[in-house]
Write a protein that binds this ligand. Structure first.
Ligand code: GLN
Length: 488
């Protein structure tokens, strides 16, 4: 690997000075894509005929990148890692991707993901599980699994992702890289396969905070095709990275971070939390005030169930258009459309997704709506209001990501499988989706030789501040730009 371990600015300098060409970068990135595909199964498509782009003043021009397979890409297979769309080739580009293309970015592959974004393991892709580049016996987490794997393995400096509950920020943590989802509506959702529209965010996975700022500066913007987008033209993420954080205030939640809150904490959880508090000390050393706050335990414990109800309900509705009639391979040998659709959906979706559709249909039934769907919305509001109250006093909430390092590849598929306190820690990033808050994960060390991470989440529209704090903290720790090594 000669170039692809570098940052976007470094690559831009090399391109500008003529020391390397876009073609050379693409060739290296494609070669690495094939190696990473053989070892970790990270891609749905590798674009061997990717063409170089002219070098302009745009920092992204001529530089290779990956795009998650739930982004519509015109003329290029876009499956969302589902058998139901295994041959689907869109006739238009997702807005976010067309913006990257306009900036001169060169897509070299489409990255594998949990089917339609519904999952947190990277093991439900129709092309098989994505393995962690730090340790092949571990998951990458999901659903932006292939993107995280490829960036961590040094295939290119960045890949796009999507995040409905934590799907950018958890894989970034497990792979030792940076994952950023901006405020809801900053990046258009047009052309992203919808999962749960009120929670869906686009974003990016990179190896440093500045690269995340550079890429999202290009992806963001108002779009007439997504009425939830807003004018962010005054927000300049890269320019906001001054590293000046004196007087900034963060808080962490006692109920999630104090080891005494857990009945039988694992050794990994203990080390993960100790590691987190080391980062908190570093934050203090660079001038950030960090305080402990307390949040109602019952409310925290309810978050994961709220997620299940709302995300499954929205997904069931969004995916009712997948019938095998307009999109996807038609089922053959049926003399009526109901049996045809049934066959397509039964054979096409994995069992995890079908289970979620059962939950979604159940909570949306008129006799159940009040008890499940509307109550979940109420608890969502309580959680958002609680975080918004914190943002009155603090620039952000700083918390550990997950309950330790990457889980084993054969680990649980079910997001409701642990005790409540542990689940609350594993799933708190969902609150960032409930409120549409800007949220960034950065690596903060290692447990058992595997990367672990912390997350900073701030108030809506305060992306510049959140990123700048992450940038300053990244500088104070030695984990920036790391490339995964699996020991082979
Ligand atoms: N792990 C969560 C789920 O399974 C998050 C998915 C996401 O953010 N797309 O739904």
């Amino acid at each position: 690997m000669k170039y692809m371990n570098k940052s976007i600015e470094e690559l831009h300098e090399l391109l500008k000075s003529g020391e390397v060409t876009s073609k050379e970068l693409i060739d290296e990135s494609l070669k690495l894509s094939h190696e990473v595909e053989d070892k970790y199964n990270a891609f749905v498509t590798i674009l061997d005929d990717a063409k170089e782009a002219p070098i302009t003043d745009n920092l992204l021009s001529g530089i290779p990148c990956g795009v998650k397979d739930n982004y519509s890409t015109r003329g290029i297979l876009s499956t969302g890692s589902s058998n139901t769309l295994k041959d689907y080739v869109p006739f238009f580009d997702a807005t976010a991707y067309s913006k990257l293309k306009k900036a001169g970015a060169v897509m070299v592959n489409k990255t594998a993901m949990d089917e339609f974004g519904m999952g947190g393991t990277g093991t439900t892709c129709h092309t098989g599980p994505v393995l962690n580049p730090w340790d092949k016996t571990r998951q990458c987490a999901g659903s932006s699994s292939g993107s995280a794997c490829a960036v961590a393995a040094g295939v290119y400096p960045y890949a796009t992702g999507s995040d409905t509950g934590d799907s950018i920020r958890k894989p970034a943590a497990y792979c030792g890289i940076v994952g950023y989802k901006p405020t809801y509506g900053m990046i258009s959702r047009y052309g992203l396969f919808p999962f749960a529209s009120s929670l869906d965010h686009l974003g990016v996975l990179t190896r440093n905070v500045k690269d995340a700022a550079i890429v999202v500066d290009e992806m963001k913007g108002i779009d007439k095709n997504d009425m939830t987008t807003w004018d962010s033209s005054k927000i300049k993420l890269k320019e906001a990275l001054t590293g000046e954080v004196k007087g900034k205030k963060l808080c962490y939640v006692k109920e999630l971070c104090d080891i005494n809150e857990y009945e039988n904490p694992s050794k990994e959880l203990k080390e993960h939390l100790e590691n987190f508090f080391k980062a908190v000390e570093l934050a203090k050393e660079i001038g950030i005030e960090v305080e402990e706050v307390s949040v109602n335990r019952t409310l925290l414990n309810a978050s994961a169930s709220v997620y299940v109800v709302i995300s499954c309900a929205e997904a069931t509705s969004n995916m009712s258009n997948l019938t095998g009639i307009i999109f996807g391979p038609r089922s053959k040998g049926f003399d009526n459309w109901i049996d045809m659709v049934k066959d397509y959906r039964t054979k096409g979706f994995s069992s995890l997704i079908k289970r979620r559709f059962v939950i979604g249909s159940y909570v949306l039934q008129s006799q159940n709506q009040e008890r499940y769907f509307r109550n979940a919305q109420r608890v969502r509001r309580l959680l958002v209001d609680t975080w918004k109250d914190l943002f009155k006093k603090y620039d952000g909430v700083i918390l550990p990501v997950g309950i330790g390092p990457a889980k084993h590849i054969d680990g649980s598929l079910d997001i409701l499988s642990n005790d409540l306190a542990t689940v609350a820690l594993d799933e708190h990033l969902q609150i960032g989706n409930y409120g549409g808050f800007p949220s960034i994960t950065i690596p903060d060390g290692f447990v058992d030789g595997l990367p672990v991470a912390l997350n900073i989440t701030g108030n809506c529209y305060d992306d510049e501040n959140v990123l700048n704090i992450a940038y300053a903290l990244e500088k104070a720790m030695p984990f920036k730009g790391q490339i995964a090594k699996d020991g082979e």
